[in-house]
Write a protein that binds this ligand. Sequence first.
Ligand code: AR6
Length: 204
Amino acid sequence: MRSFSSSSQPDLLPQVLKFKLPSGECKLVLQRGDITKWKIDGESDAIVNAANELMMGGGGVDGAIHRAAGGELLRACRDLPSHGGVRCGVGMAVETPGFQLPVRRIIHTVGPVYDKEVKDDCASYLASAYRNSIKLAREKGVKYIAFPAISCGIYGYPLDDAAKISLNTIKENSEGFSEIHFVLFEPSAWQTWVDLAKLNFEQD
Ligand code: AR6
């Protein structure tokens, strides 16, 4: 049995909901579980990591991804260009291979640390994290991508706001993708994304 930093949850749970996005062919898929278990075909798929600017690993989903991908991931991160230790700025995205994960690529992004005093800035950084991850993935020919709930753990983003920002950004940037997934670990995140998706999109 693997160990997880947030709590002991099972791998991918049977709860899966699929929605039609208003434009194009891309589907939105919501799933519960551990994103390190997610894969489509090992070729045109990628998962997104909620990393920090240093990209030297951490807790939460970042820790789980580093454990599952193996030590080569840390070595690949260390070799990325660094500006005073920063390898990925807040709202930006960089790519590594998936190494021992079942996916071809990992797109690493950095969400904002939530601060309600500057919540508009936080919203714009969170939207950038989604947008730049999608853009980089598209440039690499990714057709299937899975996101965790970026910034919703250690970085403290309120789930309702984060779900709205993520789903709006995905809706406007889905061209070229076959499926955009969210793999949601905590029951509260799963319920928040499901409720919002049901309000906004038709189920497939
Ligand atoms: N699969 C899917 N989602 C997960 C998993 C998993 N295996 N594990 C946790 N989550 P967090 P952040 C969920 O804290 O808030 C790290 O130390 C978790 O329940 O991982 O962006 C980095 O190095 C939550 O809903 O990321 C940074 O320093 C969501 O993933 C910092 O944490 C995001 O929680 C980033 O904080």
